[in-house]
Design a protein around this ligand. Structure first.
Ligand SMILES: [Zn+2]
Length: 369
């Protein structure tokens, strides 16, 4: 095993990669003028903390305003490893983990195998960003489906109906409401229809400010609440529904959010659905592999219009991210990108948010890099 030079790795790490790590660790990151705002995954499991973890791009340091103080990405990973994976990482482990994940070489020296943690026992988290697509399969933990019976399906979810998602599609996807937390509930299934996670979309503004719009649902369960979470990079939401059509047409569309998939089904019919959602702005090698297993020939990336004007900071992040995704996977499959450069959709809109016509126009104008 090798050691890596911490300073060198940190200097090579860019803000999109930091953002990707926060996303993968469940921090629900957003770009801001100072850097990145995230939930306090430094001392909370994902879905529980408030939005008080700041990343400052000028210093490369995090600041947790509920008590952990100041630390860098490696020290954050040491905390994450303990909270989320039950692993004792030291700083060298953290540096090595990040260097390997992003292929940032750094200075290397041999320090002997036995002193190091066993990488094979690390759970699936570290495999999802592997640069080489490999034919591996990970069986995620299945949750007890009966919990879904405790959600309310009689409430009309008016905001979503107004946006164009039909009741039929909501019923088909078992979209419910959890009164305990005032959240719309979105069950996640793997490609074989196993129930692997339950995400909630908050309807209550103070909660949105505190935790972000989406988070895993937490349900009281004996003396300890059960968090219905799963590593988002290991799933493609809706692939259980769209896999046969993807096989038949050779095409798939990857949206960021689950709602876009619901809209796609509402506009074009459940029987014509070729959509999936990656639940973030990262597409992992594993997610591409899931689509390759469905014999996909062309993958269209249909991310949100996360920029106000051409050339602004967010525009740079988005184009950078899309270029990176394209470069990583173009040798495995045709990649096309829906990019609203004429800005006919709104700020932060998914390409499918406005209406069917606008989506089809953007689809026809999709680009290949
Ligand atoms: Zn903290």
């Amino acid at each position: 095993m090798k050691t890596y030079n911490k300073k060198e790795v940190r200097e090579k790490l860019n803000i999109e990669q930091i953002y990707g790590l926060l996303e993968e660790w469940g921090g629900l990151p957003e770009y801001t003028d100072f850097g990145i705002l995230s939930s306090t995954i430094c001392h909370n499991p994902p879905g529980e903390g408030s939005r008080k973890l700041y990343y400052y791009s000028n210093t490369d340091l995090f600041q947790c305003y509920t008590g952990c103080g100041s630390f860098d990405i490696f020290e954050l990973l040491v905390k994450i490893a303990k909270i989320q994976w039950n692993k004792e990482f030291d700083l060298n482990d953290a540096v090595r983990y990040i260097a390997i994940k992003f292929g940032l070489a750094g200075e290397q020296e041999d320090i002997g195998e036995e002193a190091l943690i066993d990488w094979k026992t690390l759970n699936a988290y570290d495999r999802i960003q592997e640069l080489e697509i490999k034919d591996y399969h990970v069986e995620l933990k299945e949750y007890d489906k009966t919990i879904l019976d405790r959600m309310n399906y009689n409430v009309k979810i008016l905001p979503w109906l107004k946006e164009g998602i039909t009741q039929e599609v909501m019923d088909y996807n078992k979209i419910g409401y959890y009164p305990g937390a005032a959240q719309i509930t979105i069950p996640h299934f793997d490609i074989n229809g196993r129930f692997i996670g339950l995400r909630g979309r908050s309807l209550c503004q103070p909660d949105i400010d505190m935790y972000g719009k989406y988070r895993p649902i937490m349900i009281p369960h004996g003396d300890k609440p059960l968090l219905y979470n799963h590593p988002l990079g290991m799933i493609l939401h809706n692939i259980n529904n769209s896999k046969d059509n993807i096989k038949q047409t050779g095409r798939a569309i990857i949206f960021e959010g689950e709602k876009s998939s619901l809209l796609y089904q509402s506009y074009f019919g459940i029987e014509n659905d070729i959509s999936v959602a990656c639940c973030g702005s990262n597409i992992s090698a594993y997610q591409i592999q899931l689509l390759l297993d469905c014999d996909v020939q062309e993958i269209t990336i249909a991310f949100d219009r996360q920029f106000k004007e051409i050339g602004d900071e967010e525009f740079k992040h988005l184009t950078n991210n899309l270029t990176k995704i394209n470069d990583r996977y173009k040798n495995y499959v045709d990649i096309s990108i829906i990019f609203d450069k004429k800005m006919i959709t709104g700020y932060k809109d998914s390409p499918i948010d406005c209406n069917k016509e606008i989506f089809l126009r953007l689809w026809k104008e999709r680009i290949k890099l």
